[in-house]
Write a new protein. Structure first.
Lengths: 792, 290
């Protein structure tokens, strides 16, 4: 090993804490790049393979009921490669040992195994046999959650009849990668299952011989990205059978959740590492400039001995490269581990046949290259600084730092009021411009990350509370298969333990305004309803107009309507006659694209007296009724789905919120590394530079704590300014995310950041103080007598 | 040589002239301190063309009307004025002068560390003042060995490694152990500068300079930071480097007594040479006092 390399190694070792501070920031940047990149690829690859395995449908058409012969025309449409008609119904499941009714989606599959669109991948047991007609294949997560195995019998309430089915296997399918039940937005494997039954069995049970109520299709690659035209034509062709929904793949709920997540990973995979690496490069710059300055005599000597400029430049650059290489490697290892954790977390949300954390050599190479580039960038300035010195000048001690007045001193009235230590701190902060800029930038980025992460946590929590505490206040929601009369409401009111019940009337329809059209639904609620209270984003209850519709802002945007405009609505069921209705009010909301109306107004509009498609129940709090209540609900033939609010809230908290806390905790910890690392680096560098000053102060009678307080003032100043700069930046970043996630599915509420700002100020102060303790320790341990003797 | 720039050709020629003449790197060479001067060694083929060309009276360096002016903002300071000087092979030259007389600047110019504002400097028959930065680097690497007042050792390298800093870039280095033995520090080879006394550090510095096997040893106040006895020991080493190893040694000092060991003495004041004389009978370092 060359002797200069030995020097380098020893310097790396002796730089200790400083290097650790810079290295860990850089390593986290690389690990964020690697982890987010790996997770992105893990999901993308798993999605692509899974979709290909299952032959994922490019579109689906939900119909009331259509003869197979008539839907065959869809296959003739240009761009359509293949279609698959099938039968799909909701059902309630009655499991032994489970009190609550469970929701199920029943789907027909060919009697004999063959490849179909939206196919299944068997996990346990096998496909249907010839032995019996009433065989069922369950989705794997449901089977696991409820401990159901092939060979067991289960009971489903299908078309008002209780059916006994024999479990032959468990399976998964790409169309249910992310399976959420009614009223929720996180999966709850225990409460929602998919039941694949034989085609012949489904036809018989649902009375669908030679008919279907759903058409799945695959498109030619050339039209895959623009399925609208095909769907428009298909709707026209099948209009007489009532098209309830025409859904392209990108709007398919499971795919939309998954794709949103993948896109988010890609965006974060750029933003987060960039922040860390920029901070690391700057902080390394400070360290390297100091190192170069410290070694000016060594540099001069090396030049005098005949070392070339290139050799010396390379020697100093190698310092940065070594830091970069080490951080890059550590970052890649940490990144791989984090990607494993993230992928495991995704595995609890998404059901994939084989979601594994793969090792991507190119990502590791790139991560290492990023580390090296960052190290080089960070050391370039310092190394160049060394070269610019003439050898003769380099060997002379550095002239005293420029001691001119700083900007603030131009206002003597202000300046005179400052204490002496404050003036010293201010002068130092203003004079070490690069260091101050790096400190401010690092603190600002730390604050930006923390504000954004905490705001997201608060916003999610707020959204959950808003939805389940303020809007939806019922304990149990029953959804009926078809429209029911007032009796269904009365019957629900008489169920055991029910205190209060309110009817809902949901009408699926197509809204049209000019050239803008959208499928959706209107929810009719009682005027003065207490179990479903639509609210604006401020949380104020919205008055349901006696006539006309109340649109959520997102729906109004999609249809380009304003209050007072008339829109045309055409129900997708029943007589499907168009009606024109006035938009009475527009309100903000976070979830979905709801449209509300007075239930009486809506019933009249649909030519009904009082139609009911669901009932919301408020039940007694003591719980003694539960068994009786659920037993009776399970026996109600009209009930298609049951949702229990407590279960939904539990699953939301268990999965979404809990996982988010881990994610946010990690982000805040990473932000802490930035705060800690930058304060530590800048203070220790400053301490090294000013050893003589510290020694002189000690001679003058300053105690170590008093000296420390001078340094503390400086770091409080830079860290404080940086944090203050970072607060609005974090809010802006959060705003950007909120805008980016403004989808039809949900909107993230923007909340008042004041509370988060205070928390982040506290975090910044805590991490900064922790770093200062290390600096204080160095001050205590400093041999200041020796420093006084030290020749510059 | 096709396609090579004239500057690069020149650099190569310069390097060759410093080296053995058949431009091959020569293995580190062992010497014994009481050997005859290197130039007389029959078996020695490590002598450069330049060295073998040189005779006791040939001129190694020539300064013609050299001036140096520093500009600091609006103020110009003339550090050197009309300096004309010849430095001959294998002599000890002492440059005397008080602080601020321009001694260090003169040494830096001779050593190729600083440029002149006017005048010309010749290394043998080559004009040093026309050297490119790269040629200057090669000059410093092959011809000059520096000994500094404050030793300028690399703090986190041991004594041996500090010497290796020189040998690793030299075309014809001495053996590292031998260089340390020459200065009597074989047993301190593994010590770091912070573990050594000032005198020991200065001896490492001399070993580092000698290890390159340079023609010219430039010493900037080599005894300035040392006590009396140690200073004399260091002087002995430098004089031996000239008398026994055949080096040209330039010592700058403000200590007039030290000039007694030199063959030639010049005195600087306010950037000008005010006196120059030969010293036909130099005193051994052990006999001088200050």
């Amino acid at each position: 090993m060359k002797v200069l390399d030995r020097k380098l190694l020893r310097e790396l070792r002796s730089t200790g804490f400083l290097l650790l501070a810079v290295g860990s920031i850089m390593a986290i940047g690389v690990s964020a790049y690697n982890a987010l990149g790996s997770a992105y690829r893990n999901l993308t690859i798993a999605q692509r393979l899974y979709y290909a395995d299952c032959r994922m449908a490019d579109f689906s058409l939900d119909l009331k009921k259509a003869p197979l012969a008539d839907v065959a025309v869809i296959a003739q449409l240009p761009g359509v490669v293949e279609i698959r008609p099938r039968i799909q119904f909701f059902a309630t499941v009655d499991l032994e040992n489970v009190v609550e009714p469970i929701n199920g989606i029943v789907i027909s599959m060919p009697n004999e195994r063959r490849q179909v669109i939206d196919d299944i991948v068997l996990r346990q047991g096998g496909y249907f046999t010839d032995r019996r007609d009433n065989e069922v294949i369950l989705n794997d997560a449901f089977a696991r959650a409820n401990k159901i195995y092939p060979g067991m019998w289960i009971h489903l309430l299908l078309n008002n009849r209780r059916q006994e089915l024999f479990v032959v296997g468990t399976a998964i399918s790409s169309e249910f990668t992310y399976l959420v039940g009614p009223g929720s937005f996180v999966p709850d494997a225990k409460r929602l299952g998919v039941f694949y039954v034989k085609q012949t069995f489904a036809e018989e049970v649902f009375d669908f011989q030679g008919a279907c109520n759903q058409v799945l299709g695959r498109l030619a690659p050339s039209v895959r990205d623009r399925p609208e035209e095909v769907l428009r034509r298909a709707e026209i062709l099948l209009d007489s059978y009532g098209v309830l929904a025409a859904v392209p793949l990108r709007d398919q709920p499971s795919n939309r959740f998954l794709s949103n997540e993948i896109m988010g990973l890609r965006a974060f995979g750029v933003i987060n590492p960039a922040i860390f690496l920029a901070v690391a490069a700057l902080v390394l710059n400070v360290l390297m400039s100091r190192l170069a300055e410290q070694q000016r005599v060594v540099v001069g000597t090396l030049k005098a001995l005949g070392y070339s400029r290139g050799a010396i430049f390379w020697h100093f650059l190698k310092f940065g490269l070594a830091v970069g290489a080490f951080s890059g490697l550590a970052g890649c290892a940490l990144g791989y581990w984090l990607a494993g954790g993230m992928t495991a977390m995704y595995d609890t949300f998404f059901e994939f046949p084989n979601l594994e954390n793969r090792f991507y050599p190119d990502l590791t190479v790139k991560g290492l290259a990023i580390g090296l580039a960052c190290g080089m960038l960070g050391s370039f300035h310092g190394a160049r600084q060394v070269l610019q010195l003439e050898p003769a000048v380099a060997m002379r001690p550095k002239p005293p730092a420029d001691g001119g007045a700083i900007l603030l001193e131009r206002w003597p009235a202000l300046w005179r009021r400052l204490s002496f230590p404050a003036r010293m701190a201010l002068r130092n902060v203003f004079r070490s411009r690069l260091r101050t800029a790096a400190g401010i930038f690092a603190a600002a980025m730390g604050a930006t990350l923390s504000v954004d992460a905490l705001l997201l946590a608060f916003e999610t929590s707020y959204m959950v509370d808003f939805q389940f505490e303020l809007i939806q206040r019922s304990d149990i929601d029953l959804t009926f298969k078809d429209e029911q009369s007032r009796e269904a409401w009365d019957e629900a009111r008489r169920l055991p333990g029910v205190d209060h019940a309110e009817p809902l009337f949901d009408v699926s329809c197509t809204f049209t305004h000019g050239s803008h059209s959208r499928k959706g639904g209107i929810t009719g609620i009682l005027p003065g309803a207490t179990l479903m209270i639509p609210r604006d984003t401020e949380g104020r209850p919205l008055r349901i107009p006696e006539s006309g519709l109340l649109l959520t802002r997102k729906m109004a945007q999609l249809l380009h309507v304003r209050v007072g405009d008339e829109i045309e609505l055409r129900p997708t069921k029943g007589l499907r006659e168009s009606r024109r209705v006035r938009v009475a009010e527009i309100a903000d909301s976070f979830l979905g694209v709801a449209v509300y109306a007075d239930i009486h107004f809506l019933s009249t509009l649909m030519n009904e007296e009082l139609a009911v498609t669901g009932v919301q129940l408020k039940v007694r709090t003591d719980g003694s009724y539960r068994k009786d209540l659920f037993r009776e609900i399970k026996q109600l033939p009209a009930v298609q789905a049951v949702s229990v609010r407590a279960d939904i809230i539990r699953s939301v908290r268990e999965t979404l919120v809990q996982n988010q806390h881990v994610f946010i905790g990690l982000l805040v910890m990473f932000a802490g590394v930035i705060f800690f690392g930058s304060v530590l680096n800048s203070s220790l560098v400053s301490l090294q530079e000013r050893q003589r000053e510290v020694a002189t102060l000690r001679v003058l009678g300053y105690g170590p704590w008093q000296v420390g307080s001078l340094f503390l003032r400086e770091s409080v100043l830079t860290n404080g300014i940086g944090t203050l700069v970072g607060l609005p930046l974090g809010y802006l970043l959060n705003y950007g995310i909120v805008v980016a996630y403004d989808t039809e599915m949900f909107r993230i509420p923007l909340i008042d950041p004041t509370q988060v700002w205070f928390i982040v100020i506290g975090l910044g102060a805590a991490f900064g103080l922790a770093a200062h303790l290390v600096v204080q320790r160095s001050i205590h341990r400093m041999d200041w007598l020796d420093a006084l003797k030290t020749r510059e | 040589m096709l396609g090579r720039s004239p500057r690069r050709r020149r650099r190569r020629a310069l390097a060759e002239s410093y080296s053995t003449g058949n431009h091959r790197r020569v293995e580190p060479r062992c010497l014994s301190f009481d050997l005859r001067p290197l130039a007389c060694c029959e078996e020695s083929n490590i002598l450069s063309q330049a060295e073998s060309r040189a005779s006791a009276s040939s001129v190694l360096l020539r300064l013609e009307n050299v001036g140096k002016t520093y500009h600091m903002g609006e103020v110009s300071v003339n550090v050197l004025r009309h300096v004309a000087l010849e430095i001959r092979d294998r002599q000890v030259l002492a440059i005397l002068g008080p602080s601020g007389s321009g001694k260090s600047t003169l040494l830096n110019i001779i050593g190729g560390l600083d440029s002149v504002s006017e005048g010309r400097v010749w290394y043998r028959d080559r004009e040093m003042t026309a050297f490119s930065p790269r040629e200057l680097t090669t000059y410093r690497r092959e011809i000059v060995g520096f000994v500094f007042q404050f030793y300028n050792l690399v703090p986190n390298l041991t004594a041996r490694e500090n010497v290796m800093v020189s040998t690793e870039i030299s075309r014809r280095p001495l053996d590292v152990e031998e260089a340390l033995r020459l200065v009597g520090l074989s047993d301190r080879a593994e010590h770091f500068p912070s573990q050594m006394s000032g005198g020991e550090q200065q001896r490492v510095s001399i070993a580092r300079a000698l290890a390159k096997n340079p023609e010219l040893l430039l010493c900037d106040e080599p005894t300035g930071a040392l006590d009396y006895d140690t200073g004399k020991r260091v002087l002995r080493l430098l004089v031996d480097a000239c008398r026994k190893l055949g080096k040209t040694v330039v010592i700058i000092t403000h200590n007039a007594a030290i000039a007694q060991v030199a063959d030639h003495v010049i005195r600087l004041r306010s950037g000008e040479i005010v006196e120059a004389h030969d010293n036909p009978d130099p005193a051994p370092p052990e006999e001088i006092t200050w």
